[in-house]
Ligand binder design. Structure first.
Ligand SMILES: Nc1ncnc2c1ncn2[C@@H]1O[C@H](COP(=O)(O)OP(=O)(O)OP(=O)(O)O)[C@@H](O)[C@H]1O
Length: 294
């Protein structure tokens, strides 16, 4: 399988922020969520991939094209949507469809009509009268109908109410399920990512904390409740993300949990009371806490 995105050692410094040697790989046909809190560096990473920002160092390859040298070729087959993508409020959706079609020979008009119907978008109404959710859907339609080989979406669900968010996600999930699409999208929200993605990259403070398929994350992380008294220093391990006393219990958040972990805890004098699976949100927070401590 070929990779549609390869970033190697990409760095970018701003006055108060540093994107720190980012390695990112997206295999063809996969959907990856880039998750991080505000200011983690998600937009900067996506903008570097679109050739909108030049990195200070490192290499970037998109759809087999080296950036920035071959960005014209790369962009032809990439659909990029971000919050600052402007649609013309005084034109209707049909006008926008014609407009995009005139630039992209790959435009699929039947598919565009199908999506307009599916998203419930009127073709003849000026976008001024569209709700925010309708505008997000219109922007997605204009991207998807170009049938790009790679979609890069910067926080596609930001600013949507819960109902519109769930509609956009459901429709996007359905559209993507039926197509062999490669997608990289950013989000603050692990629930959005869980619905859509095959894999997740957690970004924090300009660094990649972890990057894996969702199943692996869910398999490897556990919250372990133990009885006993122990100095946290005695449990120091790169797998321990959190140590918290709660009454007579100790709560541990552990990465790379396996059969030998309980035996290891017992050897430290702890009695394992309960082992719980963690949600992706809990795993994200544990990753951030561990990242801060390192
Ligand atoms: N042109 C710039 N000049 C200086 N600093 C910048 C510039 N662009 C971004 N930054 C800084 O880089 C950091 C990362 O910003 P970025 O927009 O990539 O984060 P993000 O993860 O997308 O955040 P959000 O979720 O809030 O959109 C921020 O601290 C921001 O202030």
């Amino acid at each position: 399988m070929t990779d549609v995105i390869q970033m190697r050692g990409v760095a970018k410094s701003y006055q108060n922020f540093q994107l720190d040697h980012i390695d990112l790989t997206l295999p063809a046909g996969e959907i990856m969520g880039l998750v991080g809190v505000n200011g983690a560096g998600k937009s900067t990473t996506l903008r570097i991939l679109m050739g909108l920002i030049a990195p200070d160092s490192g290499s970037v390859n998109v759809l087999g094209h080296s950036l920035p040298e071959q960005q014209v070729e790369a962009k032809r087959d990439v659909g990029f949507a971000s919050e600052d993508m402007r649609l013309y409020k005084h034109k209707n959706l049909a006008w926008h469809m014609n407009f995009v079609q005139s630039f992209f020979p790959s435009w699929d008009n039947r598919y565009a009509q199908h999506l307009a119907q599916k998203f419930g978008l009127p073709l003849d109404q000026n976008l001024k009268g569209f709700s925010h959710g309708q505008r997000v859907k219109a922007a997605l339609l204009l991207l998807l109908a170009r049938r790009p080989g790679l979609l890069i979406l910067d926080e596609p669900t930001t600013g949507l109410d819960p109902v519109a968010r769930s509609e956009v996600l459901e429709e996007l999930a359905e559209v993507l399920e039926n197509e062999n699409r490669s997608v990289l999208f950013s989000s603050h929200n692990t629930h959005d990512v869980e619905q859509l993605s095959d894999s997740i990259t957690f970004l924090h403070d300009g660094r990649v904390l972890a990057s894996e398929d969702i199943e692996s994350f869910l398999e490897k992380w556990r919250c372990v409740r133990c009885k006993g008294d122990i100095d946290p220093q005695a449990l120091q391990s790169s797998n321990l993300a959190e140590f918290r006393r709660s009454g007579s219990l100790i709560n541990l958040k552990l990465d790379n949990y396996n059969d030998s972990t309980a035996a290891w805890l017992q050897s430290k004098g702890l009695e394992v009371v309960e082992v719980l699976r963690m949600t992706l949100e809990e795993i994200f927070i544990a990753n951030v806490k561990r990242g801060r401590a390192q």
